[in-house]
Design a protein around this ligand. Structure first.
Ligand SMILES: Cc1cc2nc3c(=O)[nH]c(=O)nc-3n(C[C@H](O)[C@H](O)[C@H](O)COP(=O)(O)OP(=O)(O)OC[C@H]3O[C@@H](n4cnc5c(N)ncnc54)[C@H](O)[C@@H]3O)c2cc1C
Length: 446
């Protein structure tokens, strides 16, 4: 454990989000086992001390902040792989293992875990945020890929949320209750994950468009065609410029789509040609594709590191990141309206989207020392959230609520829904020690 000020400060400040630090944890602890977690939690409950579970710190909405001080539980020492069940295509892990490390371990077995959020994210944090990523369009989100969990509850009890069977109708689905609970209901100490076969073959294709609407229309048409794409990613011209600058590339600076097709060689190529035709019907041009493994890895790395490319383009800036998601049919309209608003702002804004899911992000770059710029970033963020909500969408498709999105939940879900969440929270954590100040808006009472 540490009580060193600098250590506590570094745990208390947001690593990847624009939210402000108002307090820091009083102590940081590093449990090595489930029993140690249980003892820590029991003691905190007895003394009514807040707990903040802490994993890869890649979350984007102030999830790991410590507004009330308390005990920050760093899960990084719990990263063992407990069993790999090849015949069942599942793996049992401790929560501190990263998705990238896990995939390195699984590769020799021809298997992988298909969720790819921020580099550095861990399985525990990914469960807690119900994350997804570029492959969710094919494999689903964290909700669909976790078989069961072990969780330490606020009173120190350890529960297992289900068996290792692929499906079960045995009672309330406590696995799904914990997935996305952001550390507010318990500390996850073990996770059983469903695995996938590494596809025999894959093709990565890129295509340029004159307008972002054309690109979004192609995403929709591709999904409606019934083709089982594994990735459908969209970037606007500003994001491509940032990638060029950060990586000394010279990609055409226009709205760009990236696709991945998987299966047998023949099947992946056939799908590529069908989507090439769809793209050309929507003004797509320069359709290129890669099959070389290194070239494909490099293309996805450029996309995955898009946020950091923005910081290279606008040094000393911070990014306010929107994460709205709408029914697929509304995506093109949402992106077009948002682009209009972003284009008339004084701030530099880039657009990236997991377009096949209707999930769309903007990186709004602002100088954190200029209050006017922060306000303008907030205005744009509000605009996009409200536009998405008006289209029966959500304020967060994958990043979660943290402290940043609490203010939108009532509009999206209604007060009765939030009261129900509060009743669940109160039943499991009556002393409100588990990551207090996150997820449920403070005005919601029983
Ligand atoms: C460059 C970049 C790209 C990203 N791309 C995506 C993307 O494509 N898709 C996506 O969904 N997200 C993305 N993210 C966001 C982020 O990676 C995810 O939210 C991720 O799931 C967070 O995992 P973490 O291990 O970093 O968790 P942390 O940030 O450490 O914690 C997140 C939350 O989980 C809680 N928590 C952590 N461990 C536990 C535990 N064991 N038990 C209970 N609660 C716990 C914490 O208290 C906190 O509330 C991106 C982030 C970055 C920086």
């Amino acid at each position: 454990m540490t009580v060193d000020y600098d250590d506590r400060y570094s745990y208390g400040k947001p690593q990847n989000s624009f939210h402000k630090t108002v307090n820091i944890p009083d102590v940081v602890v590093f449990p090595r086992s489930q029993d140690e977690v249980s003892k820590i939690v029991k003691s905190c409950n007895k003394h009514k001390v807040p707990i903040i579970p802490f994993a890869g710190a890649t979350s984007l909405e102030g999830h790991t902040l410590s507004p009330n001080g308390g005990v920050c539980i760093d899960m990084s020492q719990m990263k063992n792989i407990k069993s790999l069940n090849l015949d069942d295509m599942d793996v049992v892990v401790e929560p501190g293992i990263g998705w990238m490390e896990l995939n390195e371990y699984l590769e020799p077995y021809g298997l992988f875990f298909p969720l790819d959020p921020g580099p550095g994210a861990t399985i525990g944090g990914m469960c807690a945020t119900r994350c997804s990523g570029s492959l969710a369009v094919r494999y689903g989100t964290m909700r669909d890929n976790v078989i069961n969990l072990k969780v330490v509850l606020a009173n120190g009890d350890i529960i297992k949320t289900g068996s290792r069977a692929r499906k079960s109708a045995a009672g309330y689905d406590l696995t799904r209750l914990m997935i996305g609970s952001e550390g507010t209901l318990g500390v996850i100490t073990e996770v059983t994950l469903r695995l996938q076969k590494i596809p025999q073959h894959s093709v990565v294709a890129m295509c340029n468009f004159p307008t972002i609407k054309d690109a979004a229309d192609v995403a929709i048409a591709t999904m409606l065609s019934g083709i089982q794409v594994s990735r459908v990613e969209l970037m606007d011209e500003v994001q491509v410029r940032a990638i060029n600058l950060a990586n000394t590339k010279n990609l055409p600076e226009v709205p760009t789509m990236m696709f991945e097709f998987i299966g047998t060689e023949a099947y992946a190529r056939e799908q590529t040609l069908i989507v090439q035709k769809i793209a050309s019907e929507h003004n797509g041009s320069d359709f290129v594709f890669a099959e070389d493994p290194e070239a494909k890895k490099e293309l996805w790395k450029l996309r995955k590191e898009a946020l950091w490319a923005c910081f290279a383009m606008v040094p000393n800036s911070e990014a306010m990141i929107t994460d709205v998601c709408v029914p697929l049919s509304r995506l093109a309209e949402l992106i077009s309206r948002s682009k209009q608003e972003l284009g008339s702002s004084s701030l530099v804004c880039t657009v990236v989207a997991h377009a096949g899911d209707g999930n769309f992000h903007t990186f709004i770059l602002f100088d954190p020392n200029q209050e006017e710029q922060r306000k303008e970033a907030e205005r744009l963020n509000h605009f996009m959230v409200h536009t998405a909500l008006a289209m029966e969408g959500t304020c967060t498709g994958e990043h979660g609520v943290g402290t940043g999105k609490m203010k939108y939940l009532e509009e999206e879900l209604g007060i009765e829904n939030l009261r129900t969440m509060e009743r669940i929270k109160d039943a499991l954590d009556p002393n409100n020690i588990m990551n207090p100040g996150k997820l449920i808006p403070p005005h919601v009472c029983l």
